[in-house]
Design a protein around this ligand. Structure first.
Ligand code: AMP
Length: 493
């Protein structure tokens, strides 16, 4: 009897364990299924590339990578609409390297003679260098070679490297045109043509250079076009230069990085510098990127900051390449100065852990705002973006809010600079506001000089937390601006 009872008990336990095991396997299978499409090892990339990904510690492909890589590996043309920070460089670099490794049999002599088989075009020197870094990292276990060419530095070492043979050429359009003209670059063996940040290249006026470059590349090729936004001009060029492209898109072009907390200070123009100083002293004590509309404005800001004993560095198109490189290196270091940048210099830069982006001047085009704030909150990290808005800029602010389809909250934690009343909805929605003809209610009446308290923070040599030279609150999650809801009067617009 006791024996039968024990047998029943054992059987019941076995059934229970089996059921649990089965349930566990199902859950595991389910989880594996959801990962199947996104794991690099499932994308059939060449072994040396998988090894390089392992070295980098990347296991799961980002959505743009998971979508784009199979198309590119197959040889299809592709239009990719993706924000910076989504992993789009690897989305084209990995399958390009894969094709260079595996599809070379199509053109054995080009392969053997190290003719340029891939051409990547990018708008700025920094982006070119960044793409080059990606090719180095992902191609580290291959014998493939790439060369970067861009202006602002001597062409001699670049030409020397070109002569040594190259598989992938990564170039800005201007310097490339120069070197083609001098007979240093032969694009007649190009099999893949890649445009990165195509919209910015158009914004920078490269369209004629691009047309000339395309005329040097064989029409029978694979073409990829990546762009953060997809205006009609880009679509038109894609129709002209690409052949039945696959389309991949990760996020709405106007979608700002999801985890970026956004706020706006309404401030009088003459108070902007003081607000910036105080904000840097008290709130943005970590890695902070400040956007200025002009190169001259960026230099002036750095001087102002220096007077306030805040370390700053400027990055813009008038700076020499070595100065830009130095500023970037310092900014990436453990004790970063505040980096004051113009849009052209900063777009596409991959800098990790930018805690605050400050729009000292609001950008002319709303899309630029999205690019700017995309410098923070990269790869899913949290970030904060604040904008300093004067009465002249309310028009731009409304444009941004329309694009991102939400209201940006008003920050009030530096009340000595902010106004008590937010600008009425009508302000800025018409041209008169843009010209500054109509002084908004919130701006009327002088606010006087800011209170001096609280600006002691970032003095040189302070040993407290945050950026060196900062005596303010250490960098951390508490550093966000306090916000209040926009009053009803301003909630339309
Ligand atoms: P990008 O949008 O190309 O500028 O990439 C943004 C950042 O994400 C870069 O620092 C990449 O190295 C990083 N990254 C790209 N792909 C992955 C991935 N699959 N997993 C983790 N990080 C990635």
């Amino acid at each position: 009897m006791a024996h039968t009872y024990l047998r029943c008990l054992a059987l019941a336990e076995l059934a229970f364990v089996s059921a649990r095991f089965f349930h566990h396997r199902c859950a595991l299978a389910q989880r594996e299924k959801s990962f199947t499409l996104s794991k690099f090892e499932d994308l059939q990339l060449a072994k040396p590339l998988l090894r390089a990904l392992e070295t980098k510690g990347y296991e799961i492909a980002t959505p743009i990578q998971a979508d784009a890589i199979p198309h590119v590996m197959k040889g299809s043309d592709l239009v990719g609409c993706a924000q910076t920070g989504t992993g789009k460089t690897a989305a084209f670099a990995l399958p390009t390297l894969h094709r260079l490794l595996t599809a070379g049999k199509r053109n054995p002599s080009a392969r053997e003679q190290r003719k340029i088989r891939v051409l990547v075009l990018a708008p700025t020197r920094e982006l070119t260098a960044q793409i080059g870094d990606s090719f180095s990292a992902y191609g580290r276990y291959t014998k493939l070679r790439h060369v970067m060419i861009y202006g602002g530095v001597s062409q001699v070492p670049q030409v020397r490297k070109l002569k040594g043979g190259v598989d992938t050429l990564i170039a800005t359009p201007g310097r490339l045109i120069d070197l083609i003209g001098q007979g240093h670059v032969d694009l007649s063996h190009v099999e893949m043509l890649i445009f990165d940040e195509a919209d910015q290249m158009l914004d920078m006026g490269f369209i004629h250079d691009l047309r000339r470059i395309v005329s040097h590349v064989p029409p029978k090729r694979q073409t990829l076009m990546f762009s953060a936004t997809m205006p009609a001009e880009i679509r038109k060029l894609a129709d002209e230069w690409l052949n039945k492209p696959a389309n991949v898109q990760t996020a709405r072009a106007s979608a700002p990085a999801e985890k970026v907390e956004q706020s706006v200070y309404f401030v009088e123009r003459r108070m902007k510098v003081q607000l910036l100083e105080q904000f840097l002293q008290k709130t943005a004590t970590g890695r902070t990127l400040v956007f200025s509309r002009t190169k001259h404005g960026a230099d002036k800001l750095v001087k102002h900051l220096q007077k306030a004993k805040i370390r700053g560095a400027a990055i813009h198109g008038n700076k020499s390449q070595s100065a830009r490189k130095r500023a970037l290196e310092q900014f990436k270091s453990k004790s970063p100065p505040v980096l004051v940048a113009t849009d052209v210099a900063a777009r596409g830069l991959d800098i990790r852990d930018v805690e605050h982006v400050i729009n000292y001047d609001l950008p002319e085009t709303p899309e630029t705002y999205v690019h700017r704030i995309g410098r923070t909150g990269r790869a899913g990290a949290e970030g904060r973006a604040v904008s300093f808005c004067t009465s002249d800029e309310v028009y731009q602010l409304r444009g941004i809010e329309k694009l991102i389809r939400r209201k940006i909250e008003i920050a009030t934690d530096h009340p000595e600079f902010s106004s008590d009343v937010a600008p009425p909805a009508t302000v800025g929605s018409g041209k008169s506001a843009r010209r500054g003809n109509q002084k908004p209610r919130w701006q009327k009446g002088g606010r006087g000089k800011p209170k001096s308290g609280g600006a002691k923070g970032r003095s040189k040599g302070s040993t407290s937390g945050g950026r060196p030279g900062s005596g303010g609150k250490p960098a951390g999650k508490t550093g966000g601006a306090k916000r209040r809801r926009r009053p009803a009067a301003s909630s339309k617009g």
